[in-house]
Design a protein around this ligand. Structure first.
Ligand SMILES: Nc1ncnc2c1ncn2[C@@H]1O[C@H](COP(=O)(O)OP(=O)(O)OP(=O)(O)O)[C@@H](O)[C@H]1O
Length: 473
C-alpha cells in the first residue's frame, strides 16, 4: 500500500495521505483559443526575429495587392540594378556592407539547422538535471572564404574544449578547417570556419621594397588574404619543416624583402649553408659572408658576430634600447640553413661547443643591437628544446608528426588549429605562425622564388661575394 498517493485524479482510500490535485474542467473553445494565441505569439516572434526577410516580403505583398505584378517587379529590378552598380563601383564596400552581412544571416540559419547534432556529437552539450544545455550561436560574420561564428559557451566550458574537437567540427560542418579563439567576453568563443583555400595557388615573388621596413617585411600571403609580414627588429626567427616543406622559400622570401637594404648597405646577410651550399649558393652576391662546408670558418664567423654584437652593446648601453640600422652600422642577419648540422651532427666536440656558445649569446643578446638569426631546422626534436625560447618568432612548415607542432610553436597550438602534420606534400611553403602574441595560429604561404628569380635578385641587389670566410669584393 502506498504511503502517500500522488496519482492525479485518483484517491486511494487506505493511503494515509492523499495529495490529489484538483481536476479543473476547461471548455473546448477556451483550449482552442489558447492554442491559437500561442501559435500567433510564436508567429510574431518569428516575424520579428527574421525581420530582414519578413519586412521586405510584407512590403512586396502590399505592393502586389495595390499595383499587381508590376508593383513587385519594378522595385525588385530597380534594387538589383542599384546593387549591381554598387558591386561594380566599389567591390570592397559592397562586400563589407552589402553581401557579407546577408550571407552571414543565411549562414547563421544553415548552422542553426545542424547545430544540435553537431554539438551533441562533439560532446559540447551539457546534460544537467534532465535538461540538455546547448552552446548558443550569437553571431555569424562572413569574410572571403571564412565564417566567424561567435558562440556563447555553456557555463563551465572553456575555449580549449572547442579547440580539442576542432577537427571533428570541421568535418561536421563540411569545411576545410575550424580555428578556435577566445571571444571578446569570457563566456564567448570564436570559431573561424574556413571553406576555400586562398593558399592553394602558388604565391609569386613579391615586389622588393627599396627601403625595407624591418617591422613589416612582406614574405607571403596569409589565409585571410592579407600579406604575411614578419617583424625582424627585436626578434630572432626559427623556421622548422620536414624535407621539402619549403624552408628555402622562407629563407629567400625574407632575403628578398631585405634586398633593398642589402643594396644600400643597411643590411648584411651572413649565410651558413652547412648542407654543402646547395640551397644558398645561388644568391651568393647578396651575402656579406658565406660559408658552406668549412665548419671552423663558420665557428669563426659566429664568434666575429658575437664580437660585433658586444662592441655595439658597449657603445649603445645607456643611449638606446633598440639599435637603428644604418650603412655604417648595418643590421646583420645570420641565415643558417640547417641548425642541427652545426649543433647536433657535428662530430668535433670542441667546434660544436664553440658554435653552440656563440649561437646562444647571439640569440639571447643580439636582437637589441641589430644582430639577428634566421635558423632552419628539419627535425624539431634535435635542437629545438635548448634554443626554442630564444626565438621569439617561430614558424612551422609541414612537419612529420603532430607532437612536433607544439614543440616548435607553443604547447596547445596544434589543438588551436596549427595542423602542420596535415599540410599536404603538394603544398610546399605553407606554414603556421603565431602572430603578435595572438594565441590562434595563422596559416600562411611563403612566396616562391625560383632559381632564376634568385639569380636575378642577386644580380640586381648583390654587393659582395664572400666564400668560406675569405672576402671577395
Ligand atoms: N612557397 C612555395 N611555393 C611553391 N613551391 C614551393 C615553395 N617553396 C618550395 N617549393 C617547392 O618545394 C620543393 C622543396 O622546397 P625547398 O627545397 O625549399 O624545401 P626544403 O624544406 O628547403 O627542403 P630540404 O629540407 O631538403 O632543404 C622545391 O621543389 C620547391 O620548388
Amino acid at each position: 500500500m502506498p504511503f502517500v498517493n500522488v496519482i492525479r485524479g485518483q484517491e486511494i482510500p487506505d493511503a494515509p495521505l492523499n495529495v490529489r490535485t484538483p481536476v479543473v474542467r476547461i471548455p473546448l473553445w477556451l483550449a482552442v483559443a489558447w492554442w491559437c494565441l500561442r501559435k500567433l505569439g510564436r508567429l510574431a516572434v518569428v516575424y520579428v526575429r527574421y525581420w530582414w526577410a519578413t519586412l521586405p516580403a510584407t512590403g512586396l505583398g502590399w505592393l502586389y495587392l495595390e499595383h499587381g505584378w508590376l508593383g513587385v517587379v519594378v522595385p525588385i529590378g530597380g534594387l538589383a540594378l542599384v546593387l549591381t552598380g554598387w558591386a561594380f563601383a566599389s567591390p570592397a564596400s559592397w562586400l563589407r556592407f552589402g553581401w557579407w552581412p546577408v550571407k552571414g544571416r543565411l549562414r547563421r540559419w544553415q548552422y542553426r539547422r545542424v547545430w544540435h547534432p553537431a554539438m551533441a556529437t562533439a560532446r559540447l552539450t551539457v546534460s544537467w538535471d534532465d535538461h540538455t544545455i546547448l552552446p548558443v550561436i550569437k553571431r555569424v560574420r562572413c569574410t572571403a572564404g571564412a565564417d566567424t561564428v561567435t558562440v556563447r559557451m555553456v557555463r563551465g566550458q572553456i575555449p580549449d574544449d572547442y579547440a580539442k574537437v576542432s577537427e571533428r567540427l570541421a568535418h561536421t560542418f563540411g569545411v576545410r578547417e575550424v580555428k578556435v579563439a577566445p571571444g571578446t567576453r569570457p563566456d564567448l568563443v570564436a570559431l573561424t570556419l574556413t571553406r576555400g583555400d586562398p593558399l592553394a595557388q602558388l604565391v609569386p615573388p613579391l615586389p622588393v621594397p627599396a627601403v625595407p621596413d624591418f617591422t613589416r617585411l612582406a614574405v607571403g600571403l596569409r589565409e585571410d588574404g592579407r600579406p604575411f609580414t614578419l617583424r625582424l627588429l627585436g626578434s630572432q626567427l626559427l623556421l622548422a619543416g620536414a624535407t621539402d616543406a619549403g624552408k628555402g622559400s622562407g629563407i629567400w622570401s625574407l632575403i628578398a624583402a631585405l634586398s633593398g637594404g642589402i643594396a644600400s648597405g643597411v643590411v648584411q646577410v651572413w649565410a651558413f649553408d652547412p648542407k654543402g651550399g646547395m640551397e644558398l649558393s645561388v644568391g651568393r652576391p647578396l651575402f656579406h659572408r658565406f660559408a658552406c662546408d668549412d665548419f671552423p670558418a663558420m665557428a669563426d664567423m659566429l664568434e666575429e658576430a658575437v664580437k660585433t654584437m658586444r662592441e655595439r652593446t658597449g657603445r649603445l648601453r645607456g643611449i638606446t634600447r633598440q639599435h637603428t640600422p644604418t650603412a655604417d652600422e648595418p643590421l646583420i642577419l645570420i641565415v643558417i640553413d640547417e641548425l642541427a648540422n652545426l649543433t647536433s651532427y657535428l662530430t668535433d666536440r670542441h667546434l660544436k661547443d664553440r658554435i653552440k656558445a656563440a649561437l646562444s649569446v647571439l640569440l639571447s643578446q643580439g636582437r637589441a643591437v641589430g644582430v639577428h638569426v634566421l635558423a632552419c631546422l628539419q627535425d624539431p626534436r634535435k635542437e629545438v628544446l635548448p634554443f626554442r625560447n630564444l626565438f621569439p618568432t617561430r614558424i612551422a612548415l609541414r612537419l612529420s608528426e603532430d607532437t612536433e607542432v607544439d614543440l616548435v610553436l607553443n604547447d596547445g597550438t596544434r589543438d588551436r588549429g596549427a595542423l602542420c602534420d596535415r599540410i599536404p606534400k603538394s603544398l610546399p611553403g605553407i606554414a603556421y605562425v603565431l602572430l603578435d602574441g595572438d594565441p590562434t595560429p595563422m596559416r600562411v604561404r611563403f612566396s616562391y622564388w625560383s632559381d632564376d628569380d634568385i639569380a636575378e635578385l642577386a644580380h640586381t641587389y648583390g654587393r659582395l661575394r664572400v666564400v668560406d670566410g675569405g672576402e671577395v669584393a
